[in-house]
Design a protein around this ligand. Structure first.
Ligand code: TGC
Ligand code: FAD
Length: 389
C-alpha cells in the first residue's frame, strides 16, 4: 500500500478552496508543465502564456474589483503553490504583477491610477514591475539613492538605477521607490510608464537560476513623471515593505509547491529504479530521505494554512510572514538538494525537473528578503534586540 502524503489539508478547506486548488492544478499540469523545461533551458520567459494566466485569474488574484478573482488568502496561496510546483519563475511573474504592482496600486493608489491600470494588469494587457533594489542597496532598501526632485510645475524628475527587477524588460508600468529631495528624503512610490523619456529597462543576461523569468534593471535618466503618478497613500519605507509582506506570503505557499514537485519525482524515481536487486525506495537510507522531505512538506503546509486563516481574520503580522517565507523556502531548498541526490546522475537533467527547482530556489531564498534578513527580523521580534547593524 503506497500513500505519498499522510498530511492532507483537503478536509480543512472550503468547497471553493478545493475547487480553486483542483482547477489550478489541472491548468498548471496541462498548460505550463509541458513547456517549462524547454523555456528554462532556452533562458526564455513563456510570454505567450500571459493571456492564459490572466484567464485563470492568476493576476491580481486576491483583489476585489477591477475584474480580479477576489479569492481569500488560502485559495490565493493554493494558486501560488500550483504555479511554483511547475516553476518559481512562473509564480514570480504572477506574484510580482499581483502583490508588488496591483496590490500597491489598489492599496496606495488614487482612484484614477486604479481605474487606469488595474483592469489592464488583471487582463494581462499590461505588465508591471517593482523597483526597490539598487546596485548598492539590497537588504537595506532604506539606503536607496534614487531621487525624485519636484519641479516648479509639480512634476517630479526621477534619477537613479534599480537592479534585479523581475519583469522589467517587458513592463508597461514600473512601481519605482525613490527618495523625495527636500522632504527629508522620504521614500515615495511612483508609477513610471514605458515611453517616458529617460526610462529604460535593460535585461540582465547570464542567470543560472530563474531562467524562465525575465530580470532586468530600471535606468532612470532624469525621467519626468507627473505628480498624479505618485502613489498618494504610501509614505516612508513601510510603503514598499507592506508590498513585500503580500508577496512573501505567496512565496511561503509557493515554496511548498516546489518541494512537493521534487518529492513526488524522487518518490516515483526511487520506486521504479532498481539497484542491488531491489528498488532504491526499499533501502533504509532512501526512505529516511523521503520521510524527511515528506514530513517537512506536511508541516510547511499546515503552517501555511494556519497563517492563511490568520490573514483572513486580519491577524497576520509581517514577522509571521517572515517566518513562513524563511522556513518554507529553506525546507524546499533542502528537499530539492536531497531529491536531486536520490536521482543520481539523472538528477542533473532538465527532463527530471529537480535541478531546475533546486537552481530556482537559490533565488527564492535570496529575493524578497534573504534567509538571513528574515532570521534577523524574527530574532528582533522574539528578543527585542535589533541585530541588523
Ligand atoms: P524598520 O525600521 O524595521 O521598518 C520601517 C517601517 O516599515 C515597517 N515595516 C513593515 N511594514 C510592512 N511589512 C513589513 N514586512 C515591514 N517591516 C517593517 C515598520 O513598522 C516601520 O514603520 P514605521 O511606521 O515605524 O515607519 O526598517 P529597517 O530599515 O530596520 O529595515 C528592516 C528590514 C531589514 C527587515 C527591511 O529593510 C527588509 O525587509 N529588507 C529586505 C529587503 C527586501 O526584501 N527586498 C526585496 C526587494 S523586492 C523583491 O525581491 C522582489 S522578488 C520578486 C519575485 O520575482 O517574486
Ligand atoms: P545583499 O544585501 O548585498 O546581501 C548579500 C549577503 O549578505 C546575503 O547573504 C545577505 O543575507 C547578507 N547580509 C546583508 N545584510 C546582512 C546583515 N545585516 N546581517 C547578516 N547578513 C547580512 N528586487 C526588486 O526590487 N524587485 C524585483 O522584482 C526583484 N526581483 C529579483 C529577481 C531575482 C532573480 C533576484 C536574484 C533578485 C531580485 N530582486 C528584486 C532583488 C532581491 O530582493 C535582492 O537580491 C535581495 O534583497 C538581496 O539583496 P542583494 O542581492 O543586494 O544582497
Amino acid at each position: 500500500m503506497h500513500k505519498p502524503y499522510l498530511i492532507d489539508i483537503g478536509p480543512d478547506l472550503t468547497d471553493e478552496e478545493r475547487l480553486v486548488w483542483k482547477s489550478s492544478a489541472d491548468f498548471c499540469g496541462a498548460t505550463l508543465q509541458p513547456v517549462i523545461a524547454e523555456h528554462y533551458e532556452a533562458g526564455r520567459f513563456p510570454r505567450h502564456l500571459i493571456p492564459e494566466l490572466a484567464r485563470m485569474g492568476f493576476l491580481g488574484t486576491p483583489l476585489q474589483g477591477w475584474g480580479c478573482a477576489g479569492l481569500n488568502p488560502v485559495a490565493y496561496g493554493l494558486t501560488q503553490l500550483e504555479l511554483e510546483k511547475v516553476d518559481s519563475g512562473l509564480r514570480s511573474f504572477c506574484s510580482v504583477q499581483t502583490a508588488l504592482v496591483m496590490w500597491p496600486i489598489a492599496t496606495y493608489g488614487s482612484k484614477e491610477q486604479q481605474d487606469r491600470w488595474l483592469p489592464l494588469l488583471c487582463r494581462g494587457e499590461a505588465v508591471g514591475c517593482f523597483g526597490l533594489t539598487e546596485p548598492g542597496s539590497g537588504s537595506d532598501p532604506g539606503s536607496m539613492r534614487t531621487t525624485a526632485v519636484q519641479q516648479p510645475g509639480g512634476d517630479y524628475v526621477l534619477t537613479g538605477e534599480k537592479m534585479w527587477i523581475t519583469n522589467s524588460p517587458i513592463a508597461d508600468v514600473a512601481v519605482v521607490w525613490a527618495k523625495v529631495a527636500g522632504e527629508g528624503g522620504t521614500i515615495r512610490g511612483f508609477l513610471v510608464e514605458r515611453g517616458m523619456p529617460g526610462f529604460s529597462t535593460p535585461e540582465i543576461h547570464g542567470k543560472l537560476s530563474l531562467r524562465a523569468s525575465l530580470t532586468g534593471a530600471i535606468v532612470l535618466e532624469d525621467v519626468r513623471v507627473p505628480a498624479s503618478n505618485m502613489l498618494p497613500g504610501a509614505t516612508g519605507l513601510k510603503g514598499p515593505l507592506g508590498c513585500l509582506t503580500q508577496a512573501r506570503y505567496g512565496i511561503g505557499w509557493g515554496a511548498v509547491g516546489a518541494a512537493m514537485s521534487v518529492y513526488e519525482r524522487a518518490l516515483e524515481y526511487t520506486r521504479d529504479r532498481r539497484q542491488f536487486g531491489k528498488p532504491l525506495a526499499a533501502f533504509q537510507l532512501t526512505q529516511h530521505k523521503l520521510v524527511e522531505i515528506h514530513n517537512a512538506i506536511g508541516k510547511s503546509l499546515l503552517l501555511s494554512l494556519h497563517l492563511g486563516r490568520q490573514k483572513q481574520a486580519g491577524r497576520l503580522t509581517p514577522v509571521q510572514v517572515s517566518l513562513m517565507k524563511r522556513d518554507n523556502v529553506a525546507m524546499a531548498l533542502e528537499a530539492a538538494r536531497s531529491a536531486r541526490s536520490m536521482l543520481g546522475g539523472n538528477g542533473i537533467m532538465g527532463e527530471f525537473h529537480v535541478m531546475r527547482h533546486l537552481c530556482n530556489l537559490e533565488t527564492v531564498t535570496t529575493y524578497e528578503g534573504t534567509h538571513e534578513i528574515h532570521t534577523l527580523a524574527i530574532g528582533r521580534a522574539i528578543t527585542g534586540e535589533d541585530a541588523f547593524s
